[in-house]
Design a protein around this ligand. Structure first.
Ligand code: SF4
Length: 282
């Protein structure tokens, strides 16, 4: 996008202790601050844009991205320290919690790839890579090398391409993301589909697609998952946007029940997780 500001900045640390929503993970890891998927009306539901980390920067969410230029070196050092203290084998890492680690700039900067190389040298108990981007396919070699320690969690909010176009216009298509799941699984990598936030869908069809494409599903909603019982999503105007698009019945607590039931009927209870508990599952 014209006018987007990219900056390289040295960070002071790679791994950040987590809590709250990701309480099952000891650390989060964000190679970038800011997210290009949020530009020009992309991800209107993204509440990260309201958090202090986003507001500290000039410009609208999506119009700037800061790359942590020294992330691989920092991570190497921090994993080394965990190893020395005997905590490496039990460490659990969520990459990334506040941005997408495979946004376009990653093709060139390869900071996420550098992080995976560090994890390949010093394996943690669990590394969960959360993304909506097919660029993750580039790193299948490293993800495969991480064996059972790695999970790729691919965001897929709906099975309906017209809904995707209306609500997540800068994100890859439903079909493209499903192809990524297929390629990851063909390489033996554990794939989770993160239906988060759940958008209008055809529950039976979506459940069938997810069952075929993923080892596990996690469902989240504006009301369970925005960290404020839906207040942040309302403040972002999601209720009005849903009404304008004719999706009003989907913007309410409990709208996910039909999909969750369809997923569980098809995949079994164990393969279907929900919201905070689900995202904390290591
Ligand atoms: S990809 Fe995720 S972090 Fe990036 S703008 Fe969209 S919702 Fe926000």
């Amino acid at each position: 996008m014209a006018g987007r500001r990219y900056e390289l900045k040295a960070a002071t640390r790679a791994l950040t202790p987590t809590g709250g929503f990701l309480k099952g993970f000891a650390f989060s890891l964000n190679p970038y601050v800011g997210c290009a998927f949020g530009a020009g009306g992309g991800c209107p539901f993204c509440y990260v844009r309201m958090l202090p980390v986003a507001r500290a920067e000039h410009g609208r969410w999506g119009e700037w991205v800061i790359a942590k230029s020294n992330l691989p070196e920092l991570l190497e050092r921090e994993l080394g320290a965990l190893e020395k203290s005997g905590r490496l084998n039990s460490a659990t890492v969520f990459m990334s919690s506040a941005t997408d680690p495979y946004q376009g700039i990653e093709r060139r900067l390869m900071l996420t790839r550098g992080a995976l190389e560090a994890f390949a040298r010093r394996r943690v108990r669990r590394l969960l890579v959360q993304t909506r981007s097919p660029i993750v396919e580039r790193d299948i070699d490293l993800l495969r090398a991480l064996g059972e320690s790695a999970i790729v969690s691919l965001t897929l909010e709906t099975d309906d391409e017209s809904v995707r176009r209306a609500l997540a216009p800068t994100s890859p298509s439903v079909e493209r993301r499903l192809r990524t799941c297929e390629r990851l699984r063909a390489a033996g990598i554990f794939v989770q589909i993160a239906i988060a936030p759940m958008m209008p869908n055809d529950p039976e069809r979506f459940a069938r697609i997810v069952d075929a494409a993923a080892d596990r599903a996690v469902v989240d909603t504006f009301f369970a998952g925005d960290g404020s019982g839906g207040r942040r999503s309302r403040a972002l105007g999601m209720g009005e946007l849903y009404s304008r698009l004719g999706y009003a019945r989907w913007f309410r607590p409990g709208a996910e029940r039909g999909l969750v039931a369809a997923l569980k009927a098809r995949m079994g209870e164990d393969r279907v997780l929900f919201s905070r508990e689900g995202f904390s599952a290591v």
